[in-house]
Design a protein around this ligand. Structure first.
Ligand SMILES: [Zn+2]
Length: 206
């Protein structure tokens, strides 16, 4: 299970300061009254940026691992939320998905670039659409786009800001913004590329 680690650090600052060492989880989320053997359970590595470690805890009685994902990181996707947001923003301004994919990924062929783009665009727009319904007063009349949310919230980076604004709803929002668990069979459907990219641990141990 992923939980929020509140921080204003960028992903590079997080690595430089080894910020995972400051993360704390006082109580077992499954047994807040205590009584279980909940304890810190080391860290796991994220590929990007190099040197990133994510702290985790484990409750043996609940058979559950908890990882604290800092606000700067994309959930279940490689890299930072700012990187994801920039991709979505560029795609929103581009004349077509093909043009955006072509401009953003010079290193791979167009079909692969389009799949890469879709893995970011689709879940971010899905999360923004959900947020319109979850926070109707805040986002009244707003389009479910990064550009519209930037205007409404008056901030440079909306995805990290939304981790704070929508904190109590993160479990309902799809990654890379939210921490919604993948559907039961997602492990089989997940592409090999995505697993190699070093996102968060597979559903089985999440
Ligand atoms: Zn517990």
């Amino acid at each position: 299970m992923q939980l929020r680690f509140e921080t204003s650090s960028t992903s590079k600052e997080y690595v430089t300061h080894q910020a995972w060492r400051d993360a704390t989880l006082e109580r077992c989320p499954l047994h807040p009254a205590g009584g279980c053997s909940f304890a810190r359970h080391g860290t796991y590595e994220r590929v990007n940026p190099p040197g990133t470690r994510i702290p985790r805890w484990y409750c043996p009685e609940g058979h559950c691992t908890f990882s604290l994902l800092a606000d700067c990181f994309a959930a279940r996707l490689s890299g930072s939320l700012q990187e994801v947001e920039q991709v979505v923003f560029v795609a929103e301004q581009a004349p077509s998905r093909e043009a955006a994919a072509d401009a953003l990924r010079l290193d791979i062929e167009l079909p692969g670039a389009l799949r890469w783009l879709r893995r970011r665009l689709k879940p971010v727009h899905a999360a923004l659409t959900l947020l319109l319904g979850l926070f109707p007063d805040l986002f009244a009349g707003c389009l479910p786009t990064v550009s519209a949310f930037r205007q409404r919230l008056g901030c440079a980076w909306v995805l990290p800001a939304l981790r704070e604004i929508a904190e109590v709803r993160l479990a309902q929002l799809p990654p890379p913004l939210g921490f919604r668990p993948p559907p039961a069979h997602a492990g089989e459907a997940e592409s090999p590329n995505q697993q190699q990219a070093g996102p968060d641990p597979p559903a089985a141990i999440a």
